[in-house]
Every structure is written in structure tokens, then in C-alpha cells.
Design a protein around this ligand. Sequence first.
Ligand code: V0V
Ligand code: CO
Length: 152
Amino acid sequence: MSSPLTRIDHIGIACHDLDATVDFYRSTYGFEVFHTETNDEQGVREAMLKINDTGDGGASYLQILEPIREDSAIAKWMAKNGEGVHHIAFGTADVVTTTDAIVGKGIRSLYEQPRRGSMGSTINFLHPKDAHGVLVELVQAADDAHDGHDGH
Ligand code: V0V
Ligand code: CO
């Protein structure tokens, strides 16, 4: 059975100070910022650090996330757990079809309809309590996702 999930799109990492954390990833590992944006709906300021391109035409990133609101998912999670790995995101060519197929197996998605993610992507999440303790994000990249332009 081949999987509709064709890459690790990103690992989401929660931090208190985006600039300091990005500096750490640059000075320690040599990873550069590929893209930054603020996602008001998700309550985060974020930086995408590109690690490698992938065989499906996409790429794998680290997504460094800083909360911009106390009631955001990232702020709530860090209040309990501190900084660290918050979610893993798999890439798919069709987020609606892939989410529906997984929901059909009895796993809850968090959204009825996909929402806006990094770099114009469309995203949904699977509930960590239905996924052996891992918050899983499903990502369909925008067609022009790999230009590295900055959003807002
Ligand atoms: C919560 N839990 C987790 C978890 N967050 N388990 C593993 N990984 C996580 N990240 C567990 C938590 O320990 C509880 O377990 C239970 O789930 C309920 O958690 P809670 O603390 O009561 O919090 P809730 O239920 O209010 O919220 C949890 C969910 C929330 C997952 C529903 O964080 C959410 O809606 N997340 C999706 C949006 C998101 O994460 N946005 C930020 C990234 P016990 O104690 O009951 O056993 S934005 C992003 O990635 C973007 C924009 C992108 O990629 O483009
Ligand atoms: Co993410």
C-alpha cells in the first residue's frame, strides 16, 4: 500500500523567543531562514528553515513557532510543557482527500475544512489523543511554495 503522505513537510518546534531560537539553529547547525510570517488565526509568528528538497517536488523544513497570544495553541502547550517539539507535519498532494480518508478510519481531524498554513499551504490536524500522543498536521503546499518570498 503506497501512502498519500509523501514527505515530512516540517517538524513544528515551540519556542519563547523566535529570533534567539533561529539564531541558535543558525549558529549550531548552519540552517538559514527560508521564510517568515505571522499567522493571526493560529496565533503564531514563525520561521521556516529548509532542510532538504524531497522526491515529491516539495521540501522538508523546521518550523519554529513563537506564540503571539496567550490563548494560542502554542502558548497553552508551552505553559504545560515548555519549549520543544510540538507537532509533525506530513505533506500530501490533496489535503481534503487525505484527511477524509484518515477520518474514515475513526481518527478525529481538528477542522471541518482545511485552514491556511505557512507559505500559502492548506492544512488540517489530527487529534493527538487519536494518534498515539502525536499532534499530526497534514499539509498541501501552495503551487508556488518554494520561492522563499516573505509573507506577512
Ligand atoms: C495537546 N496535547 C498534545 C499536544 N497538545 N499531545 C501531543 N502533542 C501536542 N502538541 C494533549 C494534551 O497533553 C492533553 O492530553 C490533550 O491533548 C488535550 O490538550 P489540552 O492541553 O487540553 O489542549 P486543547 O485540547 O485545548 O488543545 C489541544 C489541540 C490544540 C491539539 C486541540 O493544540 C490545537 O487545536 N492544535 C492545532 C492548532 C495548532 O497546534 N496550531 C499551532 C501550530 P491529556 O492531558 O488529556 O492526556 S500552527 C502551524 O503549524 C502552521 C500555521 C503551519 O504549519 O502552517
Ligand atoms: Co505546522
